[in-house]
Write a protein that binds this ligand. Sequence first.
Ligand code: TYM
Length: 336
Amino acid sequence: MAEAKERVFSGVQPTGNLHLGNYLGAIRNWVNLQHDYDCLYCVVDLHAITVFQEPEALRASTREVAAGLIAAGIDPRHSIIFNQSQVHEHAELAWIFNCVTRIGWLNRMTQFKDKAGKNREKASSGLYVYPNLMAADILAYKATRVPVGEDQKQHLELTRDIAQKFNNDYGVDFFPEVEPLILGEATRVMSLRDGKAKMSKSDPSEYSRITMTDNADAIALKIRKARTDSDPLPESAADLAGRPEAANLVGIYAALTDQTRDAVCAAFAGKGFADFKKALAEVCVEKLAPIGEEMRRLTADPAYVDSILREGAQKAQALAAPILRDVHDIVGFLRP
Ligand code: TYM
């Protein structure tokens, strides 16, 4: 009998447009993993409401992000694509993990500090326990591989701690060790306006990010306007140190063309950024424009997207339900 494949789980929030950081740091790798692993890819709407979302916008965004995953090449016949709220096991296991995680662990989470900012007292309690829900997402399927961008690394370390503490507290060897997969040359794509800030959905400037639905003109304009310095490209990537904007653009080009940063520097050494940006815009349009077009086609057919999500949720639930039943037994809940 063939050995069971390891399970991959990852998620993305439906809180606005998917951008190049989501694509290069995560989604593109998800596409590549689906042949070697059993994959679950989740649109995490429960996570999204840790910050208030307009209900109609949330529905639209959930469909659009699902469309983005399909358009990028995730095949619903091979991988499970679903939205989190349709599988109640996520929220249920998250509650149990709320009782496992120590407050001190959550206090160390840098993303909560970044997102809550100075207004910590006014942040939702959901935002605070957000990483427990993330751990539940992964462990409800006993997934062992989690492809993410670099910004999720700390959350995955917490997931490992939660699994270990659960196992220790109850004297079981139940939850597996989770391994982050941080892959490629662009694991932390930076803003096009500021090489020290992460490219994000929440940046007020549209020029800070390229989205997966930008058309060719918008992509070219944003790259033309991207901040750089006036030095030419160096011969090796090590010489990009101290040049965050230049390093970011080289990293994006490397990731999009499946080369190393060194190979990109060698190919463009001595050229100025005006030339390099033209080449970058070309590869960006070549890779992203067809995905954007397919996304538009799919979002025009919400019934199709909804059917994929519904089927995905059914398949996901079939995997999570028996694991949750075991968790109930381990914790000491009575069976219905
Ligand atoms: P989210 O929605 O912020 O981002 C989705 C994925 O995109 C990656 N990413 C980036 N990668 C490189 N450069 C960037 N600028 C960039 N911005 C975002 C993220 O690292 C992520 O992989 N908490 C998660 C969603 C989540 C999840 C999970 C992930 C919920 N449950 C379980 C893995 C496993 C989040 O907010 O991702």
